[in-house]
Design a protein around this ligand. Structure first.
Ligand SMILES: C[S@@+](CC[C@H](N)C(=O)[O-])C[C@H]1O[C@@H](n2cnc3c(N)ncnc32)[C@H](O)[C@@H]1O
Length: 257
């Protein structure tokens, strides 16, 4: 069955979006994970590293629905309960019945200390843009080079990232996207610049797109993410004011030759 014909079917098996968005962090939830997995052509029995896995719900989904053996990397503690994210990954993997196929490591890029050429697939959603905000474009580039290093030759990297369209930032939106510690203006880039950065890390670009479902994914996030629900004047207000003019979501699939 072609990927497009099956789109949405695996993620639709998990309809409790309050649960999904409590365990994921970012737009798209498991619909994004499915979109990425199909674009990357994940295959059963392959190894995958999920970079910035958070509580690892997408990792568990990929392990359960696509049969990969996955390593979830995340260096931070949970901002809700202070536990290491990787502890949540272990709990989720057990609950999802994939504890034998999901490992978790408290580490991040670029300092993974993993062996060169270890994985068939590298996957990262809504994570690397945070490095751009903290470490700048140089830090972002170092993260991409590390991902390239730990992939096996022929390995595929799938990057799903909140991005902005290639248009000037609307003046009325500026106050909304420049506020807070990880402001969207500091984090987000456009698709063309991201593709150039991935290529500069040594990858061959297979596919790059602004996701056609980006607006739906952001809308779902605004309605179901626990932090968004608790603060309607935060991200939900930004998305309301934006109304699809600037904020988007990009997917890049690339191969290590
Ligand atoms: C917004 S969450 C998204 C996580 C997950 N991919 C998802 O979509 O649910 C971003 C995650 O990136 C992680 N992170 C921050 N810096 C990182 C780094 N240098 N390397 C890997 N992950 C990092 C954070 O700990 C956080 O859990």
């Amino acid at each position: 069955m072609p990927a497009s014909a099956g789109y949405g079917r695996r993620a639709d098996a998990y309809p409790d979006l309050d649960y999904v968005y409590a365990q994921c962090s970012g737009p798209g939830g498991l619909r994004l994970a499915e979109h990425m997995a199909d674009a990357m052509e994940l295959r059963e029995g392959a190894t995958l590293v999920d970079i910035g896995a958070n509580r690892g719900l997408q990792t568990c989904f990929l392990a359960k629905e696509y049969g990969v053996t996955a390593l979830a990397l995340d260096p931070w503690n949970d901002r809700e309960d202070g536990r290491p994210m990787v502890d949540h990954v272990v709990d989720n993997a057990r609950e999802w019945g994939v504890g034998h196929r999901v490992l978790a490591l408290g580490a991040g890029v670029p300092d993974t200390k993993l062996a060169t050429g270890s994985f068939d697939f590298a996957y990262s959603t809504t994570a690397l843009e945070m490095i751009r905000a903290v470490e700048g474009q140089q830090g972002y580039q170092a993260a991409l080079r590390e991902i390239h290093r730990i992939l096996a030759p022929g390995g595929v990297f799938g990057l799903g990232e909140p991005m902005h369209l290639d248009v000037p930032l609307p003046d009325d939106l500026r106050p909304y996207v420049t506020r807070g510690e990880f402001s969207w203006a500091d984090c987000f880039s456009d698709l063309g610049s991201t593709v150039a950065a991935v290529a500069a890390a040594g990858f061959d670009i297979v596919q790059a797109e602004y996701a056609t479902d980006a607006t739906d994914w952001w809308d779902e996030f605004a309605r179901h993410d626990p932090f968004a629900k608790a603060d309607p004047e935060g991200d939900p207000a930004t998305l309301r004011v934006d109304a699809g003019r600037w904020t988007s979501f990009g997917v890049v699939v690339a191969r290590k030759l």
